[in-house]
Write a protein that binds this ligand. Structure first.
Ligand SMILES: [Fe+2]
Length: 608
């Protein structure tokens, strides 16, 4: 019997990706940025498609169907109507946005066919349908409520739906320009971070601030209803008409112009971050309650960029009405490639869905490129790098020893993760008990803002020993508090500290992964799903008694997570990482030959 291969593509907006299904099983999925090394690459995902086909050993002619994650004509209609609706204010920016759309986006069909060399039809799903599909179909639930939230697709900016067996149904949508994703992005812009990638920084900054502006947001910016839907007062925004997110009226309301990127953060920026985070959480909670009321189900699936707001997710988990929550790890637009492929598999090809209770179908999100020891060895030889080859057990012990000795180790193992989080395939690791680790990893290794917290990877069976959580969080998408008996209360003196000054006060016996408000963004790790990464944490636990590691993505600021051995070696050599485990090869920094591009590299970092 021949196999059905379905290729899903997301592209031309942000976060291009490809995903391949074989009889419904996810064979491969990867974002184009990992391969092109262009952060947020939005072009046609040629390399991602090539990788997916090669991983399955097939060619384009073997594909039963090709799908695209949104409907370009609907999106064009939205853009056109938005601009016409507010003309002549919108005219200037339409002239700039228009030609790009007409040339690059309206003829998506032709571009995909040309890009692929595919002669068959391209099937299109709606943007939020693709998000909803990616949330429900790979989940461990037979039935579930579905909540999607993002910036915008064609018209929808959020949706509530229901998944049952082989199909999903969208019940309700919130439409552009009322968008929680865009509201959050407006504050991201206003606090001086990059829209579409800096939202995470705003969330990380929020606990340093006070929710001073919450009332102003509710009174002036938005009309929030009990069901979580809302209207935004467009007088304060500029995304309909201009090339910035916020308007002069917004500046007046919050007392000044946007923070210039890279200028010092002030308490006001932190208060703004806290305020928008509080509002975002409230919207998320209300929408989740509405999804529960509309469906009457105890399971919730989530996707869309706002589902990466793991603080909000944690609140839905603790305070919301659902018993179980599952969140698509590639919750942003890359995950749309998976969603549309699954919709085609179930709806267009009419194939049944397999549900394994308690297990999702994402394979730990380890769906990207992997490299054999021979490939790694060939690279190391060409780079004239110094390494030793170790057997499995010796490698685990060598890395655990270094981590226990306060060293920072980069860990490159198996298939790259699909989605924005590093989950133990392309990770930089450290000892969470070390009070200096957070500052050291931020400033000397990641070259990023010192306030940003790190996440713990914890053995699943020990999660409740460290955190107020006893559930799975395999994709680092839930935030929960560190257990109160592990916290170190602030002294009277420290209580007087504000904002960033609190950063260097140890907050628990695992300070490197305890955020300023005692929260942690948790990845639970199991032997079954995470394999060698589990064994590594176990080896560290045997040596130290601590079943937790600091896990941050293997990249520096502004760069996509590393994908190949060459990317990994370059990042290792450009930073203060002490050792690199590259498959079965261990590399010590001190033993490596001189690295030469650091001056150019410093300039790149400054520009970012
Ligand atoms: Fe989206």
């Amino acid at each position: 019997m021949s196999e059905d291969y379905v290729l899903g593509i997301s592209a031309f907006y942000h976060d291009s990706a490809a995903c391949l299904l074989r009889d419904g099983e996810i064979v491969a999925a990867v974002s184009e940025e990992r391969l092109s090394r262009k952060k947020g690459d939005a072009g046609f995902p040629r390399r991602a498609v090539e990788y997916c086909l090669a991983a399955a050993g097939i060619g384009v002619s073997d594909l039963a169907a090709v799908g695209f994650y949104d409907k370009p004509l609907l999106k064009f209609e939205r853009i056109l109507e938005s601009y016409l609706g507010v003309a002549p204010r919108g005219f200037t920016s339409f002239l700039r946005a228009g030609p790009l759309w007409i040339k690059d986006k309206l003829y998506i069909d032709r571009r995909i066919k040309e890009g692929l060399g595919h002669t068959g039809d391209i099937l299109y799903s709606e943007h939020h349908e693709a998000h909803a599909a990616s949330a429900f179909f790979p989940s461990p639930f037979e039935q579930a409520a579905i909540l999607t939230m993002d910036g915008v697709g064609e018209w929808a900016t959020a949706s509530i739906g229901i998944g049952r067996g082989d199909d999903i149904e969208i019940l309700d949508e919130l439409h552009w320009p009322d968008s929680i994703g865009l509201l959050y992005s407006a504050f991201t812009y206003y606090t001086g971070f990059k829209v579409n990638s800096g939202e995470y920084k705003v969330m990380g900054l929020a606990p340093y601030g006070e929710p001073k502006y919450v009332d102003r947001i509710y009174n002036e910016l938005m009309d929030l209803r009990a069901d979580g839907s809302f209207r935004l007062n467009q007088k304060y925004f500029n995304y309909l008409t201009g090339l910035t997110m916020t308007s002069r009226a917004f500046d007046r309301l919050f007392g000044g112009p946007p923070r210039l990127p890279e200028s010092p953060l002030t308490q006001r920026d932190m208060d703004l971050a806290r305020s928008i985070q509080v509002v975002c959480e409230e919207v998320m909670l209300r929408m989740a309650r509405t999804a529960h009321r509309r469906t009457g189900l105890d399971n919730l699936c989530m996707a869309g960029g706002v589902a990466l707001n793991c603080v909000g997710n944690g609140r839905i988990q603790r305070e919301g009405p659902f018993r179980n929550i599952w969140i698509q790890p590639a919750a942003g637009d890359a995950g749309g490639a998976l969603g549309v492929a699954q919709l085609i598999h179930h709806r267009h090809l009419g194939k049944p869905r397999v549900v394994v209770p308690g297990h999702d179908l994402m394979k730990g999100s380890y769906l990207g490129p992997a490299f054999t020891p021979e490939q790694i060895e060939a690279f190391l030889r060409s780079a004239e790098a110094h390494s030793v080859r170790l057997d499995d057990q010796a490698m685990l012990e060598a890395v655990a020893l270094r981590l226990a000795d306060e060293k920072v180790v980069a860990w490159f193992d198996g298939r790259a993760e699909f989605g924005p989080r590093a989950l133990g395939s392309r990770s930089i690791l450290g000892d969470p008990r070390n009070p200096r680790m957070q500052a050291q990893m931020n400033l000397k290794i990641k070259y990023r803002e010192g306030f940003r917290p790190f996440a713990p990877s914890v053995l699943r069976e020990r999660v409740a020993d460290y955190f107020e959580l006893d559930a799975d969080s395999p994709y680092m998408l839930l935030v929960a508090p560190v257990r109160s008996d592990r916290r170190i209360p602030l002294t009277a003196e420290q209580h007087k500290f504000w904002g960033i000054d609190r950063l260097n006060v140890p907050r628990s016996d695992i300070p490197a992964v305890t955020h300023i408000d005692y929260s942690a963004r948790i990845q639970t790790v199991t032997r079954e799903t995470n394999g060698r990464y589990y064994d590594l944490i176990k080896a560290f636990e045997q040596r130290t008694g601590c079943g937790v590691l600091v896990n941050t993505s293997f990249n520096v600021r502004g760069e996509p997570i590393v994908c190949t051995p060459a990317d990994a070696y370059r990042c290792f050599m450009r930073t203060n990482i002490d050792a690199l485990a590259l498959g079965p090869f261990l590399l010590e920094k001190a033993a490596q030959p001189q690295w030469t591009d650091s001056a150019e590299w410093q300039r790149e970092l400054e520009i970012d």
